[in-house]
Write a protein that binds this ligand. Structure first.
Ligand SMILES: Cc1ncc(COP(=O)(O)O)c(C=O)c1O
Length: 416
């Protein structure tokens, strides 16, 4: 399934022993399997091959240049949400014709740079944004393609912070307002309003909410087409869930099988923006046990990675599997003990996992936090003035440092 497996009780990424990586590069350390990354991208491409979509990797999931470059080399486009991601995209060498730009708060400066670069589509989230893009495009004398991000008012069963497609949140435009935009699009002289975008949330494990949203949008497109408004591009966003513990998410094939009949009825080119599905299980965060602390109520394994390195457990309360890098067997069940795996940050919310069972866990042991390839490093910070972790990419038996560990100097580099 993925490329993190035990060989003789040692956890490997592809053909590389993770213990050796930790020794060479130190901890905390993000380790990525290039093979998992690329094969997940290919799974989506293959599943959707009957309609040959443009697949734009969502950079917010993991914006490391080496990761993005590897995908761009495979033919991926990039989905961006800021000027910073546009800058990174530029450094990957991706064709600007494969960049789509979403986000509710694009600034005038960001819009200007993106138009000058000739990006493919802006996914527009409000009328004031539409007006601003129209104004900037006019000033630059460039006719810009835009898609309207529709909020289809669908509740997806996922964490409330990562649903984006129902009425009460800040994303997208409701159908009524979108219809007015399309019917009055000649007002926006500098825009080619020819696409529709949707993204209903992240870590969605079944196709049903996607289908509901797409059916609503397909009906909307047909209505527009009857009124002679052509929609040439439909961007169905990302959101595909992955396995963190016991989830049984749809595979790329199952997803495609479920949604292709709806998409085929819409006479438009299709764009996808997966992030987590491609990068999530391609990465693990390796951390070392600093202290074993026993208290009357609990045992703590205090490790050298904290919520600044991987914030998902603290922010969303979600589960990441935590594996020992050296697996042990036991002769006596007393050797199995339960731990909260916590970081060094001065917050009670700083944990990577709670109530986890380990065999004879001791100080100096290495643990691997799985499924950390998406929204892991990209959401990390310097909180508590902790230098951010190094990142390593594994390809077969080769390893490449793709981000060096930050130093204390790096922490104050921009301060005056
Ligand atoms: C507009 C947009 N597209 C794509 C994605 C990627 O989502 P995922 O990583 O769940 O595939 C996101 C993430 O929230 C998003 O906001």
């Amino acid at each position: 399934m993925h490329d993190f497996n035990y060989r003789h009780n040692n956890l490997y990424c592809e053909s590389v022993n993770i213990e050796e990586l930790a020794r060479k590069y130190g901890t905390p350390l993000y380790v990525y399997s290039r093979n998992t990354l690329i094969s997940h991208y290919r799974k989506i491409k293959e599943a959707f091959s009957p309609i040959n979509p443009l697949v734009c990797f969502s950079m917010k999931a993991n914006s490391n240049l080496a990761i993005c470059k590897a995908l761009v080399k495979e033919g991926a486009g990039l989905d961006i949400v800021s000027g910073g991601e546009l800058y990174r995209a530029f450094k990957t060498g991706v064709s600007y014709r494969k960049i789509v730009y979403a986000g509710v708060g694009k600034t005038e400066k960001e819009i200007e740079i993106a138009i000058k670069r000739h990006i493919f589509f802006f996914n527009v989230e409000s009328i004031p944004e539409l007006e601003l893009i129209n104004k900037v495009a006019g000033r630059l004398g460039i006719r810009q393609k835009v898609a309207i991000r529709i909020n289809p008012d669908i509740k997806a069963r996922t964490h409330k912070y990562i649903t984006t497609g129902h009425g009460g949140n800040k994303f997208g435009i409701d159908f009524e307002t979108a219809k007015k935009i399309f019917l009055g699009k000649s007002r926006y002289k500098n825009l080619n309003i020819s696409g529709i975008h949707m993204h209903i949330g992240s870590q969605i494990v079944d196709a049903e909410p996607f289908i509901r949203a797409m059916k609503r949008i397909a009906g909307f497109i047909r209505d527009l087409q009857r009124r002679r408004v052509a929609i040439r591009w439909l961007n169905i966003g990302g959101g595909l869930g992955i396995i963190y513990s016991k989830e049984r998410p749809q595979t790329a094939k199952e997803y495609a099988k479920a949604v292709l009949p709806v998409l085929k009825k819409v006479n438009a080119n299709i764009i996808l923006e997966p992030g987590r599905f491609i990068a999530g299980n391609a990465g693990a965060l390796i951390t070392r046990v600093q202290y074993i602390k026993e208290t009357p109520s609990k045992n703590f394994a205090i490790v050298d990675a904290g919520m600044n390195d991987l914030i998902r457990p603290s922010l969303y309360g979600v589960y990441h599997e935590i594996l020992p890098v050296k697996s042990r067997s036991y002769s006596n069940s007393k050797e199995i003990r339960v731990f909260d795996v916590v970081g060094p940050i001065c917050e009670s919310g700083d944990f990577l996992g709670k109530g986890r069972k380990f065999i004879s866990l001791k100080e100096g042991d290495l643990l691997s936090v799985m499924g950390a390839g998406a929204y892991g490093f990209s959401m990390s910070s310097n909180y508590n003035s902790r230098p951010r972790a190094a990142e390593v990419m594994v390809e077969g038996s080769k390893t490449k440092l793709i981000r060096r560990r930050e130093t204390h100097e790096d922490l104050i580099r921009t301060e005056i």
